[in-house]
Write a protein that binds this ligand. Structure first.
Ligand code: ZN
Length: 61
């Protein structure tokens, strides 16, 4: 009877997915709540972006 709703993330795209380095293309597995932008590329130290995110192409900096 009662509709069971799953927990909603507030604007979060959900767990899983990869972070990709916009500079060298390095990909790392991303399973944490930490945004990709706070993850540094292990190779070149550039702030990474979420793979497939709309900000992937329009990264500034
Ligand atoms: Zn890199």
């Amino acid at each position: 009877m009662a509709f069971q709703r799953g927990p909603r993330g507030s604007g979060i795209m959900g767990p899983g997915g990869d972070c990709v380095c916009p500079k060298c293309g390095k990909k790392v597995r991303h399973e944490y709540a930490e945004p990709c932008r706070q993850v540094r590329c292990p190779d070149c130290g550039t702030a990474m972006v979420r793979e497939g995110s709309p900000h992937h192409e329009t990264l500034q900096g």
